[in-house]
Design a protein around this ligand. Structure first.
Ligand SMILES: CCN(C(=O)c1cnc(C)nc1NCc1ccco1)[C@H]1CCCNC1
Length: 332
């Protein structure tokens, strides 16, 4: 397959700086879907034409109809993926999936039950997991691994740019096989993924005004392209709100945003800081909310910090499967 220089870019749509998604097709003739490219999971699921109208979150999105596809291969194995608020359930099917112009014969899940919360708020139809195969449910080979085995990519990496202020076009870009220098400047700093099999790295500390307040003895950070915000242990985030002058409801007075202190994450020997502008979400003229949320993820996964779009929109991120490392560079 001749495409570009061994890299395959997909433009992303930015919905209110909180949801970033790109278009893929499934089936012949192609059925189009908007999916989140999610490093926090490793399966592809999309709503099924056979989902009940009772599931509003399924019925209100584009749905895959296997009866319309000449390349559909029946599977039927059960599928369930757990989210904080509930499970997406369905069954497995196989068909031709086109991602960034690359064809893949892919096993994916047709969702017949999609929890209203949070997915009625989703502007995307489904999720394309970009995580490692060992977190893939039902042991399905993930899309990116299927592409790697075709040996057509220049490098065994993918990179993500998320824009800020939704008026910028495009809203973002994911590049399979390399990086896009038009969206970052300066050098990359690389951090090796602490446990192979997850896009997570060692966080050395979280500091405000130069003082390390949290994760003093080191902790784990998950770099999750499918999450909107920054999630931290509940007690730490509560203290962090106080330290930056936000109320318990995470709200701040909009004209105080410029004066808010930077919050820094130390990875390797480098401080990655977010200014008030970076971590505040403007919900209107005078409602500004801090885009952090407190969540105690239980061991063995937790306690962790999850860095989502609020972080990635400031730091262009390269996910390197060849060297099992994550690279950050300043986004444009
Ligand atoms: C996709 C499921 N996720 C969300 O956080 C999520 C839920 N519900 C809505 C409506 N949107 C979500 N993410 C929007 C988004 C797109 C890109 C950046 O953030 C997470 C679940 C944990 C694994 N990682 C993904």
């Amino acid at each position: 397959l001749e495409f570009g220089n061994g890299t395959a870019p997909t433009p992303l749509t930015n919905y209110l700086d909180t949801q970033y998604f790109g278009e893929i097709s499934i089936g012949s003739p192609p059925q189009m879907f908007n999916v989140v490219f999610d490093t926090g999971s490793a399966n592809l699921w999309i709503p099924s034409a056979s989902c009940s109208p009772l599931y509003t979150a399924c019925f209100s999105h584009n749905r895959y109809d296997s009866s319309q596809s000449q390349t559909y291969i029946k599977n039927g194995t059960g599928f369930s993926i757990q989210y904080g608020s509930g499970n997406v359930r369905g069954f497995l099917s196989e068909d031709l999936v086109m991602v960034g112009g690359i064809p893949v014969i892919q096993v994916f899940a047709e969702a017949t039950a999609v929890p209203a919360l949070p997915f009625i708020f989703a502007k995307f139809d489904g999720v394309l997991g970009m995580g490692y195969p060992n977190i893939a449910i039902d042991g399905i080979t993930p899309v990116f691994d299927q592409i790697l085995s075709q040996h057509i990519l220049k490098e065994e990496v993918f990179s993500v740019y998320y824009s800020r202020d939704p008026h910028n076009m495009p809203g973002g870009e994911i590049v399979l096989g390399g990086t896009d220098p038009s969206y970052y400047h300066g050098e990359f700093n690389y951090l090796s993924t602490s446990k192979t099999g997850k896009w997570e790295i060692e966080l050395k500390g979280v500091s405000v005004r130069g003082e390390t307040l949290f994760c003093k003895d080191g902790c784990t950070a998950v770099i999750d392209t499918g999450s909107s915000y920054i999630i931290g242990p509940a007690a730490s985030v509560t203290q962090l709100m106080k330290a930056v002058g936000a109320t318990e409801l995470y709200t701040v007075n909009c004209d105080k945003v410029e004066a808010m202190p930077s919050i820094s994450f130390e990875f390797g020997g480098t401080e990655y800081s977010l200014t008030g502008e970076d971590y505040i979400h403007w919900f209107g003229e005078d409602l500004c909310v801090v885009t952090f949320s407190g969540l105690d993820i239980p061991p063995p996964v937790g306690p962790v910090w999850v860095l989502g779009a609020s972080f990635i929109s400031r730091y262009y991120t390269e996910f390197d499967r060849h060297n099992n490392r994550i690279g950050f560079a300043r986004a444009v």
